[in-house]
Design a protein around this ligand. Structure first.
Ligand SMILES: *Cc1c(COP(=O)(O)O)cnc(C)c1O
Length: 376
């Protein structure tokens, strides 16, 4: 059996090696390392794939969030509501821009923003909401968009973990996550569902005026060469990364299918066990399983992690400390937030290996080891 890894990028690469190497070779031959043709091709293809009119590539998913907030012209002290149960980048950029992070709780089933908690967090200073499609499942976007509409708030979707995920509205209309809010952002960090071989990110919008501002913001606020109208930053997707991503974007739906198949295997192994809650599959969402995350009930979670590690089976806690308990946000009084579900989940979640290359034998080995620990 091949060694089990959280994410097996090497094995995935061996299957697309010829195409990836040729694509990188072409960039080297043309020496167009910055804003080469692969970058514009990739933006166009990603726009077609996601249904977002404009795709603005940038250097990483954290920059994408920062550029989104800069382009919306949020002012110091404006409040931005995010979940606390997320990767730090979502909330860090809020503080970096001298905006005020306000944390809302999540739904214990979806792990995503709870609309009731979101609505309670809104004040007269709130300007934006950042729902995170955590682990590959969409946040309840219809409710979130309704709440945002009622209060006149911007919605920036942090889609770093859910590219390719679909959301179905009550009307039957289906949209890709990241194309629903006024802006969507994503990351091409290697382990993401669409990952490059280095850092990368992108910003999505249907709004023409905003697209121009986003592009300018990512490029030193430049309107034409050496004319700088806005304070911006320098955030680009390397041509080499775009070349790799072009090869992988073609396969994204197959990659998602492979993840969903692995998730089905785990689900079948665990669904009857009263101590394990398998990932909820919201009827409105097509889960893309960036992570396969269990909620354990009456199990020593860290004991399970160590037990698996001793058998060379990796597992991860995403995330061991929620944002509102990070020292970074102490100055915002975040420590006194009451986010019961976030705290509860933080103690009980565990993510198992999830990637496109898991085979039956590996899945069987992982599930059997988890059940061994839990049943004994
Ligand atoms: C990965 C990730 C980011 C940041 O992406 P980088 O490319 O690493 O900067 C932001 N938000 C979430 C939810 C993520 O998982």
């Amino acid at each position: 059996m091949r060694p089990i890894q959280m994410v097996d990028l090497k094995q995935q690469y061996t299957k697309i090696r010829a195409e990836v190497d040729a694509a990188i070779g072409e960039v080297l031959d043309n020496a167009a390392f910055i804003n080469g043709k692969a970058v514009t091709d990739f933006a166009e293809r990603l726009s077609a794939y996601t249904g977002s009119k404009h795709v603005i590539p940038c250097a990483n998913g954290t920059d994408a969030l920062q550029i989104a907030m800069m382009a919306l012209d949020l002012q110091p002290g404006d409040e931005v509501i995010t979940p606390s149960f997320t990767y730090i980048a979502t909330t860090e950029v809020v503080a970096l821009l001298r905006l005020k992070p306000v944390f809302a709780d999540v739904d214990p089933r979806t792990f995503c923003l709870d609309p009731a908690s979101l609505e309670k967090a809104i004040s007269s200073r709130t300007k934006a909401i950042v729902p995170v499609h955590l682990y590959g499942q969409s946040a309840p976007m219809e409710e979130i968009m309704q709440i945002a509409g009622k209060h006149g708030l911007h919605v920036i979707e942090d889609n770093a973990q859910a590219i390719g995920c679909e959301y179905r509205f009550g009307s039957g209309i289906v949209k890709k996550t990241g194309s629903i809010g006024i802006i969507g952002t994503t990351s091409f960090f290697p382990s993401k569902n669409l990952g490059g071989y280095g850092d990368g990110g992108a910003i999505f919008t249907d709004d023409d005026t905003l697209a121009t501002r986003l592009k300018m913001t990512a490029n030193h606020g430049q309107s034409r060469r050496y004319y700088h109208d806005l304070v911006g930053c320098n955030s680009r997707l390397d041509t080499i990364q775009a070349a790799v991503l072009n090869v992988k974007l073609k396969r994204l739906d197959d990659y998602i299918a492979a993840r969903r198949l692995a998730a089905d295997h785990y689900d079948n192994a665990f669904k009857a066990n009263p101590k394990i809650r398998i990932p909820y599959r919201a009827p409105y969402s097509r889960h893309v399983f960036h992570q396969y995350t269990l909620v354990l009930d009456g199990v020593n979670r860290d004991g399970l992690h160590d037990y698996l590690a001793a058998k060379n089976i990796p597992s991860m806690i995403y995330y061991p400390v929620p944002a509102h308990r990070q020292k970074m946000f102490a100055a915002f009084g975040a420590g006194s937030c009451k986010l019961d579900t976030t705290d509860w989940l933080t103690e009980r979640v565990i993510s198992l290996p999830m990637h496109t290359e898991l085979d039956e034998e590996q899945l069987q080995t992982i599930s059997a080891a988890v059940l061994d620990y839990i049943n004994n």
